[in-house]
Design a protein around this ligand. Structure first.
Ligand SMILES: *Cc1c(COP(=O)(O)O)cnc(C)c1O
Length: 361
């Protein structure tokens, strides 16, 4: 698997500037636009000052998140990145070290946030497709001693995005988190696509989250809301997180407008993720037949594919000319992500474009 490419190439682009929106946008599951029912829910939301904890819609969202994730408390935030960064800030002190897979979003796609905002070292583990073992974690934990950064936290990503949308098996999570707990490490779950794992595995979110001190979900990925994420944990963790929500500029005012979109997403868009997974598999099967295309195994709603001897940015630009947008994640590696704004027919059309471009026609 080419996690190295993705984590280090620095590319995360459409490969070309586009003026008109592509007809079929497989860039990411972040490109969805709120539909009429979601917009109506947002327009009609009851609101108050969120900083003063007076927004009833945010309160309802927080309660719903606690039910789903099985936590005592939760916090509404503008982005998943802020959930990650606030969590590290709560769990760690400057000079501490955080352990995560080499392909982790926190490491490569959050602008150096761990160093800049919390003063922590990031050390990595070479997992298999983003999933590492308790033994690998143990080997990465520093011995006691004044010379060393202190190992303080482990981060797991569900699903493992840059490794192909792979689902961490719950038994593995249990083992890794038990090892972390034994060593006194905090356990943090980057759950940007936790519900994709829930739908694929049939294991409820709270069974995953039970192993963590902090976990979060993103409403603006596959769930299809325009803005927002929720960070969850114990009452004490969330109490501390509130301080950094203010400090990092994430305390809001009439946030119920956006929280209503997130609530609508939780109520309507979880089960349908199965459709995205089916579409991703369909796309993967279709492009697997193309000459020179190597498709990585499809686990959830992402399809990573390599195009031998071709420049990925150029390939993406040509696809865009055909009305299809992919993201470029390596010199010759691309990613297609399915979501609620693409139909099976559009995914099949996108696959035909790949087959056609790969054959040089
Ligand atoms: C998108 C993503 C994030 C960041 O979430 P934002 O809401 O875009 O800030 C973090 N981790 C993973 C795995 C992601 O895919």
């Amino acid at each position: 698997m080419h996690t190295e490419d993705a984590a280090t190439s620095g590319t995360w682009t459409a490969g070309a500037k586009h003026t008109a929106a592509p007809r079929i946008d497989l860039f990411s599951d972040t490109v969805t636009r709120p539909g009429a029912a979601m917009r109506r829910a947002m327009a009609e939301a009851e609101v108050g000052d969120e900083q003063l904890r007076e927004d009833p819609t945010v309160d309802r969202l927080v309660q719903r998140v606690c039910e789903l994730l099985g936590t005592e408390d939760a916090l509404f935030l503008p982005t998943g990145t802020m959930c990650n960064q606030i969590s590290l800030r709560v769990h760690c002190s400057p000079g501490d070290e955080v352990i995560m897979d080499r392909s982790a979003h926190v490491r490569s796609y959050e602008s150096g946030g761990p160093a800049a905002l919390s003063g922590v070292n990031v050390t990595t583990v070479d997992g298999q497709d983003g999933v590492f073992t308790a033994q690998q974690l143990r080997a990465a934990i520093r011995p006691p001693g004044y010379h060393f950064p202190q190992s303080r936290c482990v981060v797991l990503e569900q699903t493992a995005n840059l490794s192909g949308g792979v689902v961490w098996p719950v038994e593995r999570i249990r083992d890794v988190c038990a090892t972390a707990a034994d060593a006194g490490l905090a356990r943090h779950l980057d759950g940007a696509r936790l519900f994709n794992a829930v739908i694929e595995s049939g294991i409820p979110a709270h069974e995953y989250c039970a192993h963590f001190d902090s976990s979060w979900i993103d409403f603006s990925k596959g769930l299809g809301a325009p803005i927002g994420a929720a960070l969850a944990g114990s009452r004490e963790f969330i109490r501390q997180a509130w301080r950094f929500k203010h400090q990092f500029g994430g305390a809001m005012r009439q946030a119920g407008i956006v929280a209503a979109g997130a609530l609508h997403a939780l109520n309507h868009n979880i089960e349908r993720l199965a459709e995205d997974h089916r579409n991703a598999r369909r796309f993967g099967e279709m492009i697997a037949e193309a000459a020179g295309v190597s498709v990585e195994p499809v686990h959830t709603n992402m399809v990573f594919f390599g195009i031998a001897d071709q420049d990925a940015a150029r390939f993406a630009a040509r696809a865009l000319d055909e009305g299809v947008r992919f993201s470029v994640v390596g010199p010759s590696r691309l990613r297609a992500v399915t979501h609620l704004d693409v139909t099976t027919g559009q995914v099949e059309q996108a696959a035909r474009v790949v087959v056609q471009l790969a054959s040089g026609r």
